[in-house]
Write a protein that binds this ligand. Structure first.
Ligand SMILES: Nc1ncnc2c1ncn2[C@@H]1O[C@H](COP(=O)(O)OP(=O)(O)O)[C@@H](O)[C@H]1O
Ligand SMILES: [Mg+2]
Length: 356
């Protein structure tokens, strides 16, 4: 039996989404093959050993990691990593057990961005998903777009604006943006996810509030040309050397755009497979492989596209730890390919075993 360290929660504002994802992974993981050690990371970053029961507190819609379990940490050793539990006195520790592989089910900064991957690599634990470099490029919309551009992938026009530039001369920034991008704009924190911190800007008056919101999450904001109700098409990618890509699915957001509420609280419609011409599906397959290679991804990813009203197919983003909630596109896409949720988890854990 392999012992799997399941990491969830975490320090990012996608804490609750991670809990939802982890709850589904926990329910699906094959207990005949894997013994799961569930470790919840609190919002302030403490690793806690949990019983694996992930439920919302009374009166809350979404679950979170309780700050009550014992503190644990990973230590490397010659014959593999161990999880250790720090005793209540804070002075002594005891070994909980060996760890064979980790599955970070963490979204956003401090989990999907290479930080946790670096920790796991340092103590010698194989882990599910992209390595340190691919994770940190994938999380950063500026670095990601640059990597995509270097590979010649089609993307919408955008400008990165550092907080310092905005603070120094807001009207210069606004003017420069107006010279380069037609309204409306989408303003996003460079490193976030789940649509958190994203705003739509239709006039100059709305820019400041949108940037202040984005700068609440990152010092860099990405300002993109906004497209009018683009079709949102997504594929799942799996593999290390040899990769497989699902047929595209389509998101029909329940809101004006696919914001946080539309993702997790309201029922946005997922259409799997998407009703699109075969040529578009083929082109998406090709571009998804290119996007995966562009950031040097391994393990898995979800690659998201916009199909604009003008018929342009653009790469929007790559997610190296896509959502695994019951409403999530990634497991749905694989299910439509005949890969059930438990099989998907199994395959991901197998990819983690392969030597780099
Ligand atoms: N340039 C754009 N034009 C139109 N809609 C957009 C644009 N950028 C983002 N959106 C909308 O906002 C959502 C979230 O943006 P996205 O870049 O995917 O951020 P996140 O990483 O938080 O998922 C998209 O799914 C889409 O609905
Ligand atoms: Mg997105």
């Amino acid at each position: 039996m392999k012992r799997v360290l399941l990491l969830y929660g975490g320090r990012s504002s996608e804490h609750e989404v991670s809990c939802l994802s982890a709850r589904s992974v926990l329910a699906a993981i094959d207990r005949d093959r894997y013994e799961v050690v569930p470790v919840g990371i609190t919002r302030d970053g403490r690793w806690t050993l949990t019983d694996g029961v992930i439920q919302p507190r009374a009166g809350r819609a979404l679950p979170e990691v309780a700050d009550s379990g014992p503190t644990v940490a990973l230590v490397g050793s010659k014959d593999g990593a161990r999880l250790v539990q720090v005793d209540e006195d804070g002075e002594t520790a005891k070994v909980v057990g060996r760890i064979d592989v980790a599955f970070p089910v963490l979204h956003g900064p401090w989990g999907e961005d290479g930080t946790v991957q670096g920790l796991l690599a340092t103590v010698g634990v194989p882990y599910v998903g992209a390595d340190v470099t691919a994770s940190s490029i994938g999380i950063d919309k500026g670095a990601m777009k640059a990597a995509f551009a270097a590979r010649g992938l089609p993307q919408g026009p955008y400008v990165s604006v550092h907080r310092r530039r905005w603070d120094t001369d807001p009207s210069l920034v606004a003017g420069t943006l107006e010279d380069q991008l037609p309204y409306p704009w989408f303003v996003k924190p460079a490193r976030q996810g789940s649509s958190i911190g994203i705003g739509r800007v239709a006039t100059r008056d709305e820019l400041e509030a949108a940037l202040v919101e984005a700068y609440g999450y990152d010092d860099v904001a990405i300002v993109e040309q906004g497209f009018a109700s683009p079709r949102e098409l997504e594929v799942g990618v799996l593999g290390n050397e040899d990769i497989e890509v699902t047929a595209p699915g389509e998101i029909r957001p329940s809101h004006e755009f696919y914001d946080f509420e539309a993702k997790y609280l309201d029922d946005s419609e997922l259409v799997v497979p998407a009703d699109i011409p075969a040529e578009v599906a083929e082109r998406i397959d090709h571009l998804a492989r290119e996007a995966y290679r562009a950031i040097g991804c391994t393990g898995m990813a979800r690659v998201d596209f916009f199909l604009t009203a003008d018929g342009d197919l653009l790469v929007n983003e790559i997610n190296t730890i896509p959502g695994f909630t019951p409403n999530s596109m990634f497991p749905r896409l694989w299910d439509a390919e005949g890969v059930t949720y438990p099989q998907l988890v199994d395959r991901l854990l197998d990819f983690a075993q392969e030597p780099a």
